[in-house]
Write a protein that binds this ligand. Structure first.
Ligand code: NDP
Length: 286
């Protein structure tokens, strides 16, 4: 079998176009500008690229973006003071703090300080808890993007064997929960899993979110599986590579995401969707 490639660029463009159209209707009918505040601390080059991409996506969706670039030596108190200010600012519907923060800052208390209604990354414990009970306004962007990609293949998740490799708070765990909400039979693998290949081979839907280049090889994949590669590994030649051995696995899978051009573009598209949702909730728009 030769897998169909799931085109994350086109699925994400469709999500952003829908968000842009709703945002322009809100502006036209109610005169409301939707605003996203992006906070970046320090000079990490990768973070800079992500922040620039988020600003571009805001422009595309007709949102206002407010960037707060703070120096590396910013103190915890200064950062919390900014969060408090943004929490109270009516022009700011969503607040995003670009992670990782410099080591001297405590990420957890910064995330906990963001008002849950403005937490468009869905990292605040209140939003994490809501995901657990299936009563959510925001979904964490990467797992939500994966769900859109799976939906784009026409695959019905109900009753399917789903295997998620990776159990981080931002990808693996919420990913497993979203698949469970759609009635998948979900297994979560991690570094202590005894026979990773054996568990992966059960999967009708396999999501790899590990951060190890080409960990998932052809022999670990069932014929006809839908394979989603969240991994982004920077190789020595500067190129990006996923957690899945694309060439081998695409011989067996029915659908597969490429890296780059698969999950990556979806993450930002879902951030835009969450910002729109935040603005609608804050303005009581259905
Ligand atoms: P983490 O490092 O937080 O988590 C990695 C997970 O992989 C851990 O649960 C770890 O297990 C597990 N793991 C490590 N080695 C193995 C192994 N040999 N076998 C099975 N499981 C293993 O990473 P993230 O979840 O933050 O990110 C995962 C990948 O996704 C990264 O490449 C990251 O760059 C990418 N990513 C991509 C995004 C996108 O937009 N496309 C967004 C976010 C992340 P244990 O818990 O036991 O340590």
């Amino acid at each position: 079998m030769s897998a169909k490639i799931i085109d994350g660029k086109s699925v994400s463009a469709a999500v952003k176009a829908k968000v842009a159209s709703e945002a322009s209707q809100i502006k036209e009918k109610l005169g409301i500008d939707i605003g996203l505040a992006v906070v970046i601390v320090g000079n990490d080059p990768a973070s800079r690229i992500y922040v620039n991409n988020k600003k571009k996506a805001c422009e595309l969706c007709g949102f206002k973006s407010f960037e707060f670039a703070m120096p590396e030596e910013t103190t915890q108190d200064q950062l919390l003071e900014l969060i408090d200010k943004l929490n109270g600012d009516k022009n700011v519907n969503g607040i995003l703090v670009q992670l990782p923060l410099p080591k001297h800052l405590d990420e957890k208390s910064v995330i906990n300080r963001i008002r849950p209604e403005k937490d468009v990354d869905a990292f605040h414990p209140v939003n994490v808890g809501k995901i657990m009970i299936g009563d959510y306004s925001f979904l964490p962007c990467t797992p939500a993007g994966v769900m859109e990609l799976i939906a784009s293949t026409g695959t019905d998740i109900s009753g399917k064997e789903c295997v998620v490799v990776g159990r981080s708070n931002i990808v693996g765990k919420p990913m497993a929960m979203l698949l469970l909400h759609k009635h998948g039979t979900v297994s979560i693998c991690h570094s202590r899993t005894k026979d990773l290949a054996e568990v992966c081979r059960r999967a009708d839907i396999l999501v790899a979110a590990v951060g190890k280049a080409r960990l998932i090889t052809e022999d670990m994949v069932k014929d006809g599986a839908v394979v989603i590669d969240v991994g982004m590994n920077r190789m020595e030649n500067g190129k990006l590579c996923g957690d899945v051995d694309f060439d081998g696995v695409s011989e067996k899978a029915s659908f597969i995401t490429p890296v780059p051009g698969g999950v990556g573009p979806m993450t930002i598209a879902m951030l835009m969707k969450n910002t729109l949702t935040a603005a609608k909730l804050q303005n009581s728009i259905d």
